[in-house]
Design a protein around this ligand. Structure first.
Ligand SMILES: NC(=O)c1ccc[n+]([C@@H]2O[C@H](COP(=O)([O-])OP(=O)(O)OC[C@H]3O[C@@H](n4cnc5c(N)ncnc54)[C@H](OP(=O)(O)O)[C@@H]3O)[C@@H](O)[C@H]2O)c1
Length: 289
């Protein structure tokens, strides 16, 4: 079984540096794929309210824990996210309750992220206050954001009632999308970066530019891409619903890219966004301008 190291968040909690993404993982396979992932060594799963598989993912974790009584709930890290229409204090409180209800088989949620900044200044603020209260309740261990640009992070860090800083910013990152300014800002502020769509949503796994590196390290193209995220110091979230890909993706942990090769991969940046790009979503002051 592969053992994946963890990093410490500014909340004091530890998070394994590779997590299984479950966006587009259908409800009827989510529990099984999560259980198989735990069998080979994954200890971190990344879901969201809008993936419509929170309950199945949590039940997959719970049933695996039952089958493996020597393993403890605390060894597994489960993330979910508050979807954009649920921004604002009251709506987010309700959304947290709903996610907790879906996670009742595993008792608590390790991390809740604000899925994106797409609402308005007041509602983003209310959402953060509701999340801070969830941490105080003990049912949510850490909170963070996703798809936040520098301006959204600056806004959050300046809240007068800020009690908990964001632990994480989860953003799309791969060699074709490097976001150097945002990465530098997060690292300076001790906000860990999670790289989503590390395989460019599967679109660049067969890019012939990867062949040289795959040959040099005797690894697959996907393993080179996951290893690049790790070499950059990111927590990385490859998704697969294919059982045979679970282990090789996780084994990327053993791939140590040379500094020169990391630099070469960094140079491929072409701002390729494979999903959505809410990082420039306007603040209220920009909307009025
Ligand atoms: N916060 C956000 O806004 C946001 C946005 C996007 C993603 N995410 C998170 O990040 C996770 C990963 O991102 P993603 O799902 O966009 O894409 P990804 O991990 O970059 O790529 C997934 C695609 O690559 C395929 N794949 C996986 N392993 C492979 C391998 N070894 N060789 C060839 N193909 C492989 C998968 O197919 P199979 O499944 O068929 O194997 C799937 O089609 C998501 O699941 C989600 O948890 C977050």
């Amino acid at each position: 079984m592969v053992s994946v190291p963890s990093v410490k968040l500014n909340s004091g909690k530890s998070i394994p540096v590779i997590g299984l993404g479950v966006w587009e993982t259908a409800q009827d396979v989510a529990g099984t794929i999560v259980s198989k992932a735990l069998d080979v060594g994954y200890r971190h799963v990344d879901s969201a309210a809008c993936y419509y598989n929170e309950q199945e993912v949590c039940e997959g974790i719970a049933s695996w824990l039952k089958k493996n009584p020597s393993a403890k709930r605390e060894e597994i890290f489960y993330t979910t996210k508050i979807w954009d229409p649920e921004h604002g204090y009251e709506k987010t409180k309700k959304a947290i309750e709903e996610s907790l209800e879906k996670a009742k088989s595993i008792d608590y949620i390790d991390l809740i992220l604000v899925h994106s900044p797409q609402s308005d200044d007041e509602r983003r603020h209310g959402t953060w206050i509701a999340l801070q209260e969830a941490v105080d309740s003990g049912k949510v261990k850490s909170i963070g954001v996703s798809n936040y640009g520098v301006k959204h992070l600056k806004e959050l860090l300046a809240y007068p009632d800020l009690k908990y800083r964001p632990t994480i910013n989860q953003i799309e990152l791969h060699p074709w999308l490097a976001r150097p300014d945002l990465v530098e800002f997060c690292q300076k502020e001790r906000i860990e970066i999670e790289a989503y769509s590390p395989l460019a949503h599967g679109q660049r796994v067969n890019d012939p530019k990867l062949d040289y590196f795959a040959k040099k390290y005797n690894k697959t193209n996907a393993q080179i891409l996951i290893a690049w995220s790790l070499a950059r110091g990111f927590i990385v979230l490859p998704k697969t619903a294919t059982e045979s890909r679970l282990l090789p993706n996780l084994q990327s942990i053993d791939v140590k890219l040379d500094d020169e090769d990391v630099k070469t991969l960094n140079s491929w940046d072409e701002h390729l966004v494979t999903g959505w790009d809410p990082l420039d979503y306007p603040l209220d002051s920009e909307k009025k301008a």
